[in-house]
Structure formats: structure tokens, C-alpha cells
Design a protein around this ligand. Structure first.
Ligand code: D38
Ligand code: CA
Ligand code: ZN
Length: 329
């Protein structure tokens, strides 16, 4: 169908005015469809599937005609506006920073569904599309309001199409960590994860902290903070072997590599966010594989830094120190 790319306006989850790409379908309805990036960015309300993406979803989920309803009131839907705007921002980050055209590097469509579930306190990448809950209003507000959340979810798709790290144990923790690291690189003004959408009534808290993981209680062992050293890793079976917990060990290494600091008696000279993001992207895209563990993460980052800055570079030295600091040999 003919697509007229147009500009849409609407307010996001926190009331901020947003401008974004929309399209007018040949049915005369307007949609949150950005036809200017890759093969398109679609955002829709999980409760109403617009006919515009019928051909996509019907192939995937077997929707039949009567389930498809037209929907054009999106712009008054802050959760949809932010999911769309943040997907555009994350698309642009991967294109501008690494010259990667969407998660498959071939412009794959970015499909987001909002208002998933009822007061769902979560967001997830399900292998095909991103899903965002509205939160219960106390623990979370609409999760699509968090730029770091969209970057986290879309990085799962990038990881899946590159290293494809198994979502279990150490590879799983690295899968999670890369999503948190890229979340912190896209949402560049802090090293917190989910701070914008977590506990809307409490200021200053976050789901996870990359600069000081131990400052936030470990949900699986609340008497302690998240681990910031390999010696403190979770070794139980919950959460696929603690993939959302042990990710903090690699998150701390990435923070130290980027901004520098001293941990467990080891001092790291920061290489800056620009070099750190290039090192991690090259490590996951060129050197890591499905079963890479923490030690192989260290080697992959050393190799990536060697390729980018030379074997005797300060960046390579900082990678070694960062992993020494978190106890990963
Ligand atoms: C991205 C991030 C905002 C999101 C945050 C998140 C949300 N939850 C559930 C959750 C629910 C309640 C609380 C509470 O403090 O009461 C905390 C966490 N756990 N993690 C998250 O981390 N989602 C997981 C979803 C994984 C789904 C299974 N693959 C992910 O993408 O890795
Ligand atoms: Ca953040
Ligand atoms: Zn994740």
C-alpha cells in the first residue's frame, strides 16, 4: 500500500512534547509507522492491532481479519508515543555509532507493542517484537518511557543476531550485561538502569546501577547488594542462574573501563564512553559466541581493543585492569 511519510506530534509518558515519523495508510488512517528508518518502525497497541501491519502479524501469529481493528488515536497515547520515539532513537544510535542497520544489520522492522498485559511490571524482547507493560503505577510507570529500557530490549535482538549468547549462567549474564551497557550508552546521562520508569513516586532509585551495583539490594539475596566482583557471583538456579544478577559484575567492569576508578585495590584509567561502546560492540559482534563465559568476555574485549587501538594501547591496558578489578581472569 502507498505510504506517505509524515510528521506526527504527541506527548510522552512524562508529558514531554514529542515529534516523530508517522504514515497515512491507503485507508486514510494515520499510524505510528516510520517508513524512513530501515524497513520501518511500527508501534501498536497490544489491545488493538491496526490493519496496517496485518500482513506482518498475520504471518507471525495467525491473526484473522476480524481481530484486526483500525486504530488512529495513538498520538494521545503517551506509552505508544515514547515506544515509537525511543525506537527511532535506538535505531539511530546503532546506525550512527556502529553503522548497524537495525538488529539484523539489514534494516529489520522494529515492532513494538504497548499496554501489554494488565499493569505488567516489565518489558521484554520476545524474539520478534518488543513488549511494554504499563506497570502498576507504584513499582513501574509505562516502561516504554525509559530510553534505556528500549535500548536494553533492542540490544537483546542485536546480541541474538551476533554472539547469540545463551540465556543461562555466565553467557546469560553477559547477554543481560550487554543490554544494560548499551542501555547506559544510549541513555547517556547516567549509569543507572530504569531510573525514569521505576517507582514513579520515589526519586533517585533505579532497578540496577552500573557504576555501583552493590548500592541496590540483590532481589535474590536482599541482605546484599548486586555483585560487583566475580567472587560475589550468584551460583543458584533462580533467574536462569542469575542472569539479571551476575550481569552486574560485567556492568561494573564496563563502567570502570569507561569512566575509570578504583575497585578491590585495582585502579583503572577510563577510556571514555566513545571507546568503551566501540570495544563492547566489536567484542560481541566479532569475538563472542553462544557459550562465552566471563573469562572469554575479558579476552574478547582485549582483542577488540587491540584491533581498534593497538596491542600496546592504554585502552588495552584499561580493559585488563577493569577485569582485574572485578576479579575476572
Ligand atoms: C529492561 C528492564 C526495565 C526490565 C526490568 C525488570 C522488571 N522486572 C520485574 C520486576 C517486578 C517487580 C519489581 C519490584 O521491585 O517490585 C522488580 C522487577 N525485572 N526486571 C527487565 O530487565 N526485563 C527483563 C525481562 C526478561 C523476560 C524474560 N526473558 C529483560 O528484558 O531482561
Ligand atoms: Ca538510565
Ligand atoms: Zn534483559
Amino acid at each position: 500500500n502507498a505510504i506517505d511519510n509524515m510528521t506526527g506530534f504527541g506527548k510522552g509518558v512524562f508529558g514531554e512534547k514529542q515529534k516523530f515519523e508517522i504514515a497515512k495508510g491507503d485507508d486514510g488512517q494515520y499510524y505510528l509507522y516510520d517508513g524512513t528508518r530501515g524497513k520501518g518502525i511500527h508501534t501498536f497497541d497490544a489491545k488493538e492491532i491496526p490493519p496496517f501491519i496485518f500482513n506482518i502479524l498475520s504471518g507471525l501469529f495467525g491473526y484473522t481479519g476480524e481481530e484486526i481493528k483500525s486504530n488512529h488515536k495513538f498520538f494521545s497515547d503517551p506509552a505508544a508515543v515514547d515506544a515509537h520515539v525511543n525506537a527511532e532513537k535506538v535505531y539511530d544510535y546503532y546506525k550512527d555509532t556502529f553503522n548497524r542497520n537495525s538488529f539484523d544489520n539489514e534494516g529489520a522492522q522494529l515492532i513494538s507493542s504497548v499496554h501489554v498485559g494488565n499493569g505488567w511490571n516489565n518489558a521484554a524482547w520476545n524474539g520478534v517484537l518488543m513488549m511494554y507493560g504499563d506497570g502498576d503505577g507504584t513499582t513501574f510507570t509505562s516502561l516504554s518511557g525509559g530510553l534505556d529500557v528500549i535500548a536494553h530490549e533492542l540490544t537483546h535482538a542485536v546480541t541474538e543476531r551476533s554472539a547469540n549468547l545463551v540465556y543461562e549462567g555466565e553467557p546469560g549474564a553477559l547477554n543481560e550485561s550487554l543490554s544494560d551497557i548499551m542501555g547506559a550508552m544510549v541513555d547517556r546521562d547516567d549509569w543507572q538502569m530504569g531510573e525514569d520508569i521505576y517507582t514513579p513516586d520515589i526519586e533517585g532509585d533505579a532497578l540496577r546501577s552500573l557504576n555501583d551495583p552493590a548500592s541496590i539490594p540483590n532481589p535474590l539475596n536482599p541482605s546484599e547488594g548486586y555483585p560487583d566482583n566475580y567472587s560475589k557471583r550468584y551460583t543458584g538456579d533462580l533467574d536462569h542462574g542469575g542472569v539479571h544478577i551476575n550481569s552486574s559484575i560485567n556492568n561494573k567492569a564496563a563502567y570502570l573501563l569507561s569512566d575509570g576508578g578504583t575497585a578491590y585495590g585495582v585502579t583503572v584509567k577510563g577510556v571514555g564512553r566513545d571507546a568503551a561502546e566501540q570495544i563492547y560492540y566489536r567484542a560481541v559482534n566479532n569475538y563472542m559466541t553462544a557459550n562465552s563465559d566471563f573469562s572469554m568476555m575479558r579476552q574478547a574485549a582485549i582483542q577488540a581493543a587491540t584491533d581498534l587501538y593497538g596491542a600496546d594501547s592504554s585502552q588495552v591496558e584499561s580493559v585488563k585492569k577493569a577485569y582485574d578489578a572485578v576479579g575476572v581472569e
